[in-house]
Design a protein around this ligand. Structure first.
Ligand code: BES
Ligand code: MN
Ligand code: ZN
Length: 501
């Protein structure tokens, strides 16, 4: 999806559809009123007779308004003219986007930046409009042999801005366009089935991203290299698979040389069968999504590289399959992690923490400012928070607050769970330093407690995205979360750096 900015009289702009607001009380918004004048009252006639009253998210597609260069007008109810809430605005833009995309249109011009939103600025509104159209128009049909021609896709969003809204917003549109591409990369990788999307495939993707963006450096460690580093925990997971594990490192050096990096670590289990502690059959296909943390890291790095954000970000992706085999790790086996701590593997299905712990120890070499790991780590997270909210756990309150705030702003929200010491005893082992599971109680917290034993040397946060990274049922597929949250987090850090001078 391409994004561009348009200015000037809306009646004179050529597009498949103009999206214009009508406020409650049948009151045409600024753009709708201008279109009404160009069409000699064609739109006010419709609102006067009550075809659209302006209630929030009410839609009316006007298929043929005379006097306009645009082929159609989508009038959309925008509620109170004095201002609506952020959540209402999100609802409004989503409704508009699905009406446009659902009508099979290839492009549109949206004038919804004019709608007043409490506590939000024009930049935010631009981003939300772009995200709504991205969500509505995304398709994954690479594996369908009979598919609608690509020419019939929604491919261009134009944003109508007033003349006085200057270059700041052009920059916002540019960054939003990068975010759209990042989200598409995340969703495409996540939706790709595990027989195509192997650890080697992820490594190849990283290399091609490195070729695409000159700020991106890429390194891929083989199993032999990981062996040398002593990553016995990570390698205990890949042992049951024919596919070799990879440790993928992506570095975006956009910031000052001496600025400590933000490091993002993404769980990249390209298929999680559970291993010897094998999972039940129903819905096991969804375990191709167990690399959504990795896919998120790809999406964020692609966004910051394309947008050329002046920051230093490093992505670290431990990638492996988790399968049963004669060589596979067995319940009760004890493995030695890169940190030197020994781990009793009580359940081979708790593999995410086993690969993350070695990746987290590896991060120490970057002398990070902060480390955030992203993982589809526990089914318990879905029980606790459902599919709307990611779980956040951290050893640092400021970092946790910044991530929560980024979630609020982007609408890609997280909620914090405690990580108190009292929980640590649940993963004590009689035979090794740590057990890899802690029983049914507080499953998401004990998983994070496990990781916390490997992150003592830096500020760290953990996002459990088991409930938010994909949708089951219909429509099924990757959501692209929490790419928006993390991009917002990085942008907010940039802003506060600018304010500090
Ligand atoms: N990848 C799963 C977590 C998961 C389950 C994500 C369902 C999304 C939907 C993870 O590797 C796993 O299997 N976790 C176990 C941990 C348990 C053995 C302590 C779980 O949650 O059941
Ligand atoms: Mn598992
Ligand atoms: Zn898993």
């Amino acid at each position: 999806m391409d994004i561009s900015i348009k200015r000037g009289a809306p009646g004179k702009i050529k597009t498949a559809c103009i999206v214009a607001a009508v406020y409650s009380g049948k009151s045409l918004g600024e753009c709708a009123a201008a279109l009404d004048r160009s069409s000699r009252g064609g739109l006010s006639r419709l609102s006067k007779r009550g075809d659209i009253r302006g209630q929030l998210a009410e839609v009316l597609m006007v298929p043929d308004a005379s006097g306009l260069e645009a082929d159609r007008v989508l009038l959309i109810g925008a509620g109170k003219r004095s201002g609506i809430t952020a959540a209402e605005y999100v609802k409004l833009t989503r409704k508009a986007a699905s009406a446009v995309v659902g009508a099979g249109l290839k492009n549109a011009l949206t004038a919804l930046t004019e709608v007043a939103v409490k506590g939000r600025d024009d930049s935010w509104k631009i981003q939300q409009q772009v995200l709504a159209f991205e969500a509505a128009s995304y398709r994954f049909d690479e594996f369908k042999t009979r598919t609608k021609s690509k020419a019939a896709r929604f491919t261009r969003l134009n944003l109508l801005l007033a003349d006085e809204q200057e270059s700041l917003l052009a920059d916002e549109a540019r960054i939003s366009a990068s975010l759209v591409n990042g989200l598409k990369l995340t969703k495409d990788l996540a939706n790709t089935p595990a027989n195509y999307c192997t650890p080697t495939h992820l490594a190849d993707q990283a290399k091609s991203l490195g070729k695409q963006f000159k700020s991106l450096g890429v390194e891929v460690l083989t199993e032999a290299a990981m062996e040398k580093l002593g990553m016995g925990s990570l390698l205990s997971v890949s042992r049951g698979s024919e596919q070799p594990a990879k440790l993928i490192i992506l570095k975006h050096n956009g910031g000052p040389k001496n600025a400590k990096p933000v490091v993002l670590v993404g769980k990249g289990v390209t298929f999680d069968s559970g291993g010897i502690s094998i999972k039940p059959g129903p819905a096991m296909d969804e375990m191709k999504y167990d690399m959504c943390g990795a896919a998120t890291v790809f999406g964020v790095l692609s966004t910051v590289a394309e947008a050329e954000l002046p920051i230093n970000v490093i992505g670290v992706i431990p990638a492996t399959e988790n399968l049963p085999d004669g060589k596979a790790t067995k319940p009760g086996d004890i493995v030695t992690s890169m940190s030197g701590q020994t781990i009793e593997v009580l359940n081979t299905d708790a593999e995410g923490r086993l690969i993350l712990c070695d990746a987290l120890t590896y991060c120490e070499r970057f002398e990070p400012d902060v480390v955030v790991d992203i993982a589809t780590l526990t089914g318990a997270c879905i029980i606790a928070l459902g599919h709307t909210t990611s779980a956040l756990m951290s050893n640092n309150d400021d970092l946790a607050d910044d991530l929560l705030a980024a979630g609020q702003t982007s609408g890609d929200r997280a909620w914090r769970l405690p990580l108190w010491d009292e929980y640590q005893q649940l993963i004590d082992s009689p035979f090794a330093d740590i057990a890899n599971v802690g029983g049914r109680a507080a499953g998401s917290i004990t998983a994070a407690c496990f990781l916390a034993r490997f992150t003592k040397k830096y500020r760290w946060a953990h996002l459990d995205i088991a409930g938010t990274a994909w949708r089951s049922g219909k429509p099924k597929g990757a959501t692209g979360r929490p790419v928006s949250l993390l991009v917002q987090f990085l942008r907010s850090r940039l802003e506060s750096r600018a304010q500090e001078g």
